[in-house]
Design a binder for this molecule. Structure first.
Ligand code: ZN
Length: 241
C-alpha cells in the first residue's frame, strides 16, 4: 500500500472569501464583458499598446494586493504541517496557497501566477510588484529590462496554451493520489476539470466541495455544498496526522 497522498484541486471559489472574484471561470467577469476579456486575451494584448496600458492599470487596481489567505487556504497549509502528503493543483493565479504557508514546491499553478511578470520574448521573470512600481513611475507599458520585449503577467491568457509540463505533472498526481478534493471549482474548464475524472478512474476517493453542481458530482464519493470557509477546514481536520 502506497503512502496516502491528498491532492487538492482549487478553483476561484476558494478565494472569494479573500475578496477575489471569479474572473476567468465560465460565468466569470471576463467572460461576461468582451472589452475586459480583450485585456486578458493574448492576441489583443500583443497587438495593441492601448490594451496593454489598460491591462497594467487593471493589474495595479487588482484586489490581489490586499487579499489575505482565508480559513480554507490556512487549513490546507495546516494539513501539510501535520505530516500528510499534500499536493495542491490550483486554477487560481493569486498565490494565496503559498501565502498561507503551503510549500511552493507542493503547489502546481495550472494557469500561472499574477505575482510574477514574464517577458514574451526572452521569458525572463520578475516580480509583478516591480513592474507596477514602474507603472506608478509613469511607464504605462513597461518593457523587459533585459531585451525590450513585451511584459505580461506569468498567467495563461485566453488564447494561450497551458504549460504541458505542468499539466503532465498534474495528471501524474491525479493518477497517484488516494484522495482527490476538488474545492471551489465548477470543474468546467479543461483540462483542469478532467483531473477529477482521472483521479476517480485511478481509484482515488473523489470529494467535491462546491456551491453549485459540477459535471463530476456523479463520480464523487462525497459532494459538499456547505460554504468552503467552514466545510474545507472541517473536512481536512479529519485527515490530519
Ligand atoms: Zn525580455
Amino acid at each position: 500500500m502506497n503512502r496516502p497522498l491528498v491532492a487538492i484541486l482549487s478553483g476561484a471559489g476558494i478565494s472569494t472569501d479573500s475578496g477575489i472574484p471569479d474572473y476567468r471561470g465560465p460565468k466569470g467577469l471576463w467572460r461576461r464583458d468582451p472589452e475586459a476579456e480583450k485585456l486578458v486575451t493574448y492576441d489583443y494584448y500583443m497587438a495593441d499598446p492601448e490594451i496593454r496600458r489598460r491591462s497594467w492599470l487593471m493589474r495595479r487596481d487588482s484586489e490581489l494586493w490586499d487579499a489575505r489567505p482565508n480559513a480554507a487556504h490556512l487549513a490546507i497549509a495546516e494539513l501539510e504541517r501535520s505530516g500528510v502528503a499534500v499536493r495542491v493543483l490550483t486554477q487560481n493565479v493569486d498565490g494565496l496557497h503559498q501565502l498561507a504557508g503551503v510549500s511552493a514546491r507542493k503547489v502546481l499553478e495550472l494557469h500561472g501566477t499574477s505575482r510574477e511578470v514574464e517577458c514574451t520574448r526572452c521569458h525572463a521573470r520578475t516580480p509583478t510588484a516591480q513592474a507596477l512600481e514602474r507603472v506608478a513611475g509613469g511607464e504605462d507599458d513597461p518593457p523587459c529590462r533585459a531585451c525590450g520585449g513585451i511584459l505580461k503577467t506569468a498567467t495563461v491568457m485566453f488564447g494561450q496554451r497551458l504549460d504541458p509540463v505542468v499539466i503532465g505533472e498534474a495528471m501524474g498526481i491525479a493518477k497517484a493520489c488516494t484522495l482527490f478534493i476538488a474545492v471551489g471549482s465548477s470543474l468546467q474548464v479543461q483540462p483542469a476539470a478532467s483531473l477529477a475524472g482521472l483521479a476517480a478512474e485511478h481509484g482515488a476517493r473523489l470529494v467535491i466541495v462546491n456551491a453549485e453542481p459540477t459535471p463530476y458530482d456523479a463520480l464523487a464519493a462525497e459532494v459538499i455544498r456547505e460554504p468552503i470557509g467552514s466545510a474545507l477546514p472541517e473536512l481536512l481536520q479529519g485527515l490530519g496526522g
